[in-house]
Design a protein around this ligand. Structure first.
Ligand code: HEM
Length: 413
């Protein structure tokens, strides 16, 4: 059984970079089995095993597959590694932008990009920097704090509550919903519980629908009002489309940036020379290198729509194909000394935001948040110490940290 990189438990000990290097050396497109995973539902406990898939681990092969969406579909079975359980689940999944192909994808993406412009993101800049400064100040004053919940998670949650049109006090809801959905395989979060997963969707949709109604009746001067009312070809987003996109932002804008910040802090604390290098490097290059080295979303999935060849490997129509950005980002054919964190690396053609028609819509925002947090933290890094074990998420999808107790040296608390 060759299911190592597909097993969520593998990642509790860290990303298996050496193993990925072996897969790249073996050709960059290799067959992987899937482990049997426990699922709970109203009918009881069942053991489910996926079909297995082609792991695409070489940088050039990931780019090629991403740029051939007609051969490597996001909609056929969705963009997530685990197959939808029923046709109804697949149809629901297809209402989410990441699980669409053209022409539907192009329509929704056009509507959303008309609202998520680089300019609109830049206008958030001041509040992002203010939030980061306040979060760091609060944590440092506390003396002992958690690097995930009190620091890394807080910035995306505050930014998202502004972006999604919800009161900041409700941001814990976003934290819980995204933990339940993305942490589906982790025993502490989703625990493989299908009913709980569906209930989380229901709860979040109800909340989003309330916002859609409200912003259509009384539009405000915010992005979510624009999104609720925007039109492409004379058509506005249907309620379900709006809710799906809203929930995608909850998950995409929350987990990703959180794990980027927490993993970056962990890398900085492990290496004082990196802390010095951070002070000496242009912040945009440093951010880009952390995004490469961490790769917060490790993979997305496609399905072959016909018999194809990728990097010399024959792939049959209907086969599952998983694009391992986390591996492409350490491909020595593209990056010098890929396992070294070089905060001046330039160019840095990492794949952390994907590539092709599904390229991340939040890339500007994520870069801005990471830059704001690194700048706010930099003067304090040399006084931060681990105060307990770092606990990693059991997920084969996001490179996540659940807990990272920290202490400020010299603090009385
Ligand atoms: C470091 C942080 C982030 C990383 C690593 C990341 C990564 C990604 C990746 C890899 C994809 C491609 C999906 C695919 O290939 O199927 C994607 C898509 C997407 N991301 Fe991000 N993301 C981040 C932050 C954000 C933020 C902050 C937002 C919004 C607030 C966001 C919104 C989206 C959306 C809406 C899509 C879907 C685009 C489409 O399917 O056309 N992301 N992201």
């Amino acid at each position: 059984m060759n299911d190592f990189i597909a097993d969520p438990a593998t990642y509790a000990k860290g990303v298996p970079h050496e193993h990925f290097a072996g897969l790249r050396a073996a050709g960059g497109v290799t067959w992987t089995d899937e482990p049997a995973l426990w699922r709970h539902s109203a009918v009881g406990r069942t053991l489910q095993r996926g079909t297995g898939f082609w792991a695409v681990t070489a940088h050039d092969a990931i780019i090629e597959a991403s740029r051939r969406p007609e051969d490597f579909s996001s909609a056929a079975k969705g963009a997530f590694l685990v197959d939808p359980r029923t046709v109804a689940d697949l149809n629901t999944a297809r209402q989410l932008l990441v699980n669409m192909d053209a022409p539907q994808h192009s329509r929704i993406r056009k509507l959303v990009t008309s609202v998520f412009t680089p300019r609109a993101m830049r206008e958030l800049s001041e509040s992002v920097h203010q939030h980061a400064a306040q979060i760091v100040e609060r944590a440092m004053a506390a003396g002992t704090f958690d690097g995930v919940t009190d620091l890394a998670a807080e910035l995306p949650l505050l930014v998202l509550s502004d972006l999604l049109g919800m009161p900041r006090e409700d941001r814990h809801l976003l934290y819980r919903w995204s933990n339940n959905l993305v942490g589906f395989d982790d025993p502490e979060y989703g625990g493989g519980d299908i009913e709980a997963y569906r209930a989380t969707f229901g709860e979040a949709f109800k909340y989003a629908l309330g916002i859609a109604f409200e912003r259509r009746e009384n539009p405000r001067d915010d992005l979510i009002s624009l999104l609720a009312n925007a039109q492409v070809d004379g058509k506005r987003l249907a309620d379900r489309e709006f809710c799906q996109f809203w929930l995608l932002l909850v998950v995409a804008g929350n987990e990703t940036t959180r794990h980027l910040i927490s993993n970056s802090v962990q890398m900085l604390l492990a290496d004082p020379a990196l802390q010095t290098a951070l002070g000496d490097s242009p912040v945009n290059l440093a951010v880009e290198e952390f995004i490469r080295a961490v790769t917060p979303i490790m993979q997305f999935r496609r399905t072959a729509t016909r018999d194809v060849t990728l990097a010399g490997q024959h792939i049959a129509s209907g086969d599952k194909v998983v694009l391992y950005y986390v591996s492409g980002n350490r491909d020595k054919a593209v990056f010098d000394e890929p396992d070294t964190i070089n905060l001046r690396r330039d160019p840095n053609p990492h794949l952390s935001f994907g590539i092709g028609p599904h390229f991340c819509l939040g890339a500007h925002l994520a870069r801005m948040e990471a830059a704001a947090m690194l700048q706010a933290l930099r003067p304090h890094l040399s006084r931060l110490r681990h105060a307990g074990p770092v606990v990693r998420l059991e997920s084969n999808f996001v490179n996540g940290i659940k807990a990272m107790p920290l202490h400020v040296e010299g603090s009385p608390h």
